[in-house]
Design a protein around this ligand. Structure first.
Ligand code: KIV
Length: 271
């Protein structure tokens, strides 16, 4: 077991860029509530309040249903816990695709109402005008390419992206455009490791991978997945760093037995 304590100072986009230049890997995890974010915050450089909350918090099959109000509600709790990590909040489906004005309005609401440091949104060239508008308004923006779960119905599933040359070329082109538009960082999800390496080498902004090999500047995972809470979900790229699903089940079962056999509460556990 190892305990890694990241340094105390609050992380900034500038510090993350410096880490890339120094070859120091960036660790990012999702969080959706105050209690778990308090544990995660001192250990990682970035926390993502992902719209994966739609799956792991709300139980939806896709990320599409979660709303801007719901993301803001979750983000508030995480931000209260985060004294060290840079907090990024996902812009949910439907909160930025309609117009540039809608995108800037949603991003400003997220930053003002939660106190988060940045927002993330999915897509390349097609959302470039919105990203430029947001950056111009002073919003730190993280891009997201490769498997973009908000487009699941367009892709027809959650398979590996950019296997073919044409899609790989487009992804590299989009990544360069996002950097040029002012994104401070980029997530690459579920693409071949060789392509992720190429993108990371060509960009000066930090590239964070999930299912994209180990040559990116950092990694991100969904907290519930890496803790083994979501036992039905085990894609090839995912490692369970704990089996908390089993631990929670055993604890709950022990509690129920103790209640039923009157061993809880005992003499010391009452007033
Ligand atoms: O919503 C999320 O958790 C994400 C990560 C998988 C990158 O976007």
């Amino acid at each position: 077991m190892s305990v890694h304590q990241a340094q105390n100072a609050k992380l900034t986009p500038q510090k993350l860029r410096q880490m890339k230049q120094d070859g120091e890997k960036i660790a990012m995890l999702t969080s959706y509530d105050y209690t778990l974010a308090s544990i995660v915050d001192p250990l990682v450089e970035m926390i993502l309040v992902g719209d994966s909350a739609a799956n792991v918090v709300c139980g939806y099959d896709t990320t599409l249903p979660i709303t801007l109000d719901e993301m803001i509600f979750l983000g508030k709790g995480v931000v209260r816990a985060a004294h060290h990590a840079l907090v990024v909040i996902d812009m949910p489906f439907g909160s930025y695709q309609v117009s540039q004005e809608q995108a800037v309005g949603s991003a400003i609401r997220i930053l003002k109402e939660t106190g988060a440091d940045a927002v993330k949104l999915e897509g390349g060239e097609e959302i470039l005008p919105a990203i430029r508008h947001m950056v111009h308004a002073g919003v730190p923006v993280m891009g997201h390419l490769g498997l973009t779960p908000q487009s699941v119905h367009q892709f027809g599933g959650y398979g590996l992206r950019a296997k073919e040359d044409a899609e790989a070329q487009k992804l590299l082109h989009d990544a360069l455009l996002l950097q040029e538009a002012g994104c401070f960082s980029l997530v690459l999800e579920k693409i071949p490791a060789a392509l992720a390496r190429k993108v990371s080498e060509q960009l000066t902004i930090p590239v964070i991978g999930i299912g994209a090999g180990n040559a990116t500047d950092g990694q991100v995972l969904v907290l519930h997945d890496m803790l083994g809470l979501n036992q039905g979900f085990k894609p090839k790229f995912l490692r369970h760093f704990a089996e908390l699903g089993d631990a929670v089940r055993n604890a709950v079962s022990d509690y129920v037995s103790a209640v039923k056999e009157l061993s809880f509460p005992n003499g010391q556990e009452q007033y």
